[in-house]
Design a protein. Structure first.
Length: 130
């Protein structure tokens, strides 16, 4: 049966990106250094990922420290959290950018907020109310 594995994003500062996602409760699952290609891959996610949940692959191209164009096709990552307001405060306290404060979805059954990682990628935090 096919399953969703990961989303890859290029980052300009690997340490800053890992620190940001730690604010959302994720941690480094595995790392691969590729000297011949001059890049590092870091897969982040939750727990030990024994359940095979989707991960985020952070790709750092060595020596590429300027910004990447996020593009117009990418929307956002979505992360389910038990308390959106609490998650927003952790991001804010960690120096992260909050672009939409926690609040209910119009006509919906959830509370959401949006934050941005150090590279400008948007993350939607979702708390289900049903």
């Amino acid at each position: 049966m096919p399953r969703y594995l990961h989303t890859m994003v290029r980052v300009k500062n690997l340490d800053a990106s890992i620190a940001f996602y730690k604010l959302l409760g994720m941690h480094e699952l595995r790392r691969r250094e590729v000297p011949e290609g001059q890049y590092t891959l870091v897969f982040i996610g939750y727990a030990d990922n024994a359940a095979g949940e989707a991960e985020i692959e952070l790709t750092y191209n060595w020596g590429k420290d300027d910004s990447y164009d996020v593009g117009t096709g990418f929307g956002h990552f979505a992360v389910g959290v038990p308390d959106v307001a609490d998650a927003v405060e952790k991001v804010r306290a960690g120096g992260g950018k909050v672009t939409r404060e926690a609040g209910p979805v119009k006509f919906g059954t959830s509370v959401i907020a949006f934050v941005e990682d150090p590279d400008g990628y948007k993350i939607e935090l979702i708390q289900r109310l049903d």
